[in-house]
Design a protein around this ligand. Structure first.
Ligand SMILES: [Zn+2]
Length: 355
């Protein structure tokens, strides 16, 4: 393949990073290519990275306190000495602020960025070289506090949800386990968790199982018909991290014609689970290979976790994705298979879910 393939990516944390940014105008910085981190508009464009699922996410209180203390004191008016957690109103506000950042990206980009809710919109973005944002909610605490928020977010373009994250919520146990660990870490979905998934499924939203423990995963499969997607998870057989998928989970995703997006975070890739960036890109290709073997060529994509993960040194940001593609070519992935993994499989599964 002489030209870079177009890439549509199942998961990134840009919106959370913009929210955490100390810059006065992170939206401007993103659009004009002056934002540190894994993504900005210029680099995305040069890399052929046309967008994907952009996560709205509540970062843990302790993480914000330790890494972005100014956010707590200035933006939220919280006492830094407090050991407390965000209060319900702050949880809602933080998610709404990230939704607003996505809208600002679109509105201030002079047509270069588009929030997409249909396949035809994503395809138009591809033709016009616009960045396509599909809005995803990772962890649904805000909806637990204010159930009406789901409709408000849906109206603003939300088309994908991961009901659970690492924390326990009214929807189910989180998934938070030491390495190595099986994904069987606790109880499954609560009644509220099942209701939320059914509500989202009725709205034809994508349901993301990436942060579910095994019981919640099976509960989800039992209650909905649509394809199941793990937006940013890898193969448990190659890296026994609880967030990765066992062979029986992969078999179920294959049967249900879903998709797995491969996560580029070294801790989800390496057999030893170490947060060691000296990790060969061959390890990503190993996971892709394994997933293609188990799921078939139509059910594997990218789920980079850009701006929310620790990347291998050779893939330090979006501008280096071409190196991964080169490695796939060296490992005898055909141009056709590369195109499926980098773009087509994602568009097909979204189209099936969104109808
Ligand atoms: Zn995640």
């Amino acid at each position: 393949m002489n030209t870079q393939p177009v890439i549509f990516d199942g998961h990134n944390d840009l919106l959370t990073r913009l929210w955490l940014s100390a810059s006065d105008d992170p939206v401007h910085d993103f659009i004009h290519g002056a934002l540190p981190g894994h993504l900005d508009l210029q680099r995305c464009r040069q890399a052929g990275w046309m967008g994907g699922l952009f996560s709205i996410f509540l970062p843990p209180f302790a993480y914000v306190k330790n890494n972005h203390p100014e956010k707590l004191s200035k933006a939220l008016g919280l006492n830094l000495n407090s050991d407390s957690d965000f209060d319900p109103q702050q949880i809602v506000d933080i998610c709404c602020a990230q939704l607003k950042l996505a809208e600002q990206l679109q509105n201030r980009s002079e047509g270069q960025i588009q929030i997409c809710t249909s396949l035809s919109q994503i395809q138009a973005c591809q033709r016009n070289q616009q960045l396509a944002i599909v809005l995803h909610l990772e962890g649904a605490e805000a909806v637990a506090i204010e159930p009406g928020l789901l409709d408000i977010f849906y109206d603003a373009g939300l088309r994908s949800i991961g009901p659970l994250w690492n924390r326990k919520s009214i929807f189910g146990d989180g998934l938070n386990a030491p390495f190595p660990h099986s994904p069987d870490t606790g109880s499954g979905l609560t009644k509220q968790g099942k209701d939320l998934i059914l509500r989202c499924s009725e709205k034809q939203m994508l349901i993301d199982v990436s942060h579910m423990n095994e019981r919640a995963f099976w509960d989800t499969l039992e209650i909905i018909d649509q394809p199941i997607v793990a937006t940013h998870s890898n193969a448990h057989a190659l890296c026994p991290q609880a967030r990765n998928l066992t062979d029986s989970q992969l078999d179920a995703i294959k049967q249900n014609r879903g998709l797995v997006g491969v996560n580029f975070d070294v801790a989800f890739l390496r057999a030893d689970g170490q947060r060691n960036t000296q990790t060969s890109l061959d390890v990503i290709v190993d996971h892709l290979d394994y997933l293609v073997d188990h799921l078939g060529e139509e059910h594997v994509g990218f789920g980079s976790d850009f701006d929310g993960c620790l990347l291998p040194d050779d893939l330090s940001d979006v501008s280096q994705v071409y190196r991964l593609v080169e490695r796939m070519q060296q490992r005898n992935f055909t141009d056709q298979l590369i195109k499926k993994i980098t773009l087509e499989n994602w568009l097909n599964v979204l189209n099936k879910i969104w109808k």
